[in-house]
Write a protein that binds this ligand. Sequence first.
Ligand code: DLL
Length: 450
Amino acid sequence: MTAMLQPQYAAKVHPRAAKSRFFHDRGAETLSRDALAKLQLKRLRETLKNAYDKVPLHRERMKTLGVRPQDIKSLEDVRRLPFTLKGDLREHYPFGMFARPREQLARLHASSGTTGKPTVVGYTARDLDTWADLMARSMACAGARPGDVVHNAYGYGLFTGGLGAHYGAERLGATVVPMSGGSTERQVLLIQDFGARVLCATPSYALAIAEVAEREGVDLRASKLEVGLFGAEPWSEAMRREIEARMGLKAVDVYGLSEIMGPGVAVECEAQDGLHAWEDHFLIEIIDPDTGAPLPEGEAGELVITTLTKEALPMLRYRTRDITRVTTARCACGRRHVRLQRITGRNDDMLIIRGVNVYPSQIEAVLVGLPGVAPHYQLVVERSGSLDELTVEVEAATLEHALEELQERVRHQIKSMIGVTTRVVAKKPGEVPRSQGKAVRVRDLRPKKA
Ligand code: DLL
């Protein structure tokens, strides 16, 4: 798989980044773990008071459990609080979970979701200010610097990616190019003409940009691009290597979700070894998704986040459904904030194929980098009797590749790496759909549950 990564394509290290360590907010980013814990407890208590006084749902749930804000005396006590679920936001659509009257909100965002009503989130002016700061901090952590040109190809609109990265880049002191997604030829042109050093996009869209550039004979490795802030969807190490090789930049993972804020909840530093979650603003827990019981450091489980500074939409123990593990081990970069392992997928993205649990990103890790296979794929899930069956649609890298040989090789590779039997359909170059934002990786053709 690493055969593709030839030395001349290796990510460039920015001279300023190599020479001196840069922080957007050195004080907050390098707080000791003790100081962080003290700050968290103080802010947790303020958040609880806000939620209890202003949001009937939180107050009623806490009353049912017999907990009052003043009963929370340590960070461990957070476990006495009720969970909040995505469904709660839907059921209180549109503004029922806000802790501020609508007139005091400066902005709304929403995520569409696959069924029913969208999830609506709101921000006060101070919430937006905090978000811009955390996104600027995330960008700096990833290697962006004041004065850079930041090409922002995250979608603008109700999705938090576009505006989140936009105001973060401005706050950092960069020059932001508000491209949004789509018009890929134009993206290629402006990345070169405006001299972008930083690219913000979903990893799947970054790959689509790389592909269009190559088709047009443009070598983005020779452009000024050095840092990519990629997130909003699961991706694999193999995909990281692929993008780094084709764009000649350092591809950094950024995580976030609208219910908690948007992009900038956690981000990798230049060590690319886990995503620092900004604990001065978020309290992180990992739980067993089946029992809700807390899991010790290092064990994989569901990420649960409590916001510590949000005014308009305080979230108590929000179940993200994202699966990860955490470490508090010291990081080479000097930041003490806990690191999340790359998020492999959501709990509800997991497929059970003939008794084997599979995340789409695991399949991706096998496919990307295989000789003759393009890094574009879709998974089709069907029901046959009582069993789920998986068809993996892959794409030949060139017209010269014999599709049958490719199918057999990919099938064998998936079986031997993941242990699951799949059907593989190889398509001609360009036949697997490309994304402009979050990629659609799974087509679920199973009958809908009643
Ligand atoms: O995707 C916010 C965002 C924008 C993050 C731009 C990063 C960059 P939502 O649309 O609410 O918000 O979707 C949130 O996307 O719960 C994860 O399942 C998934 N996700 C986000 N970032 C990553 C990542 C934005 N780096 C949901 N790796 C989350 C894996 C991610 N999954």
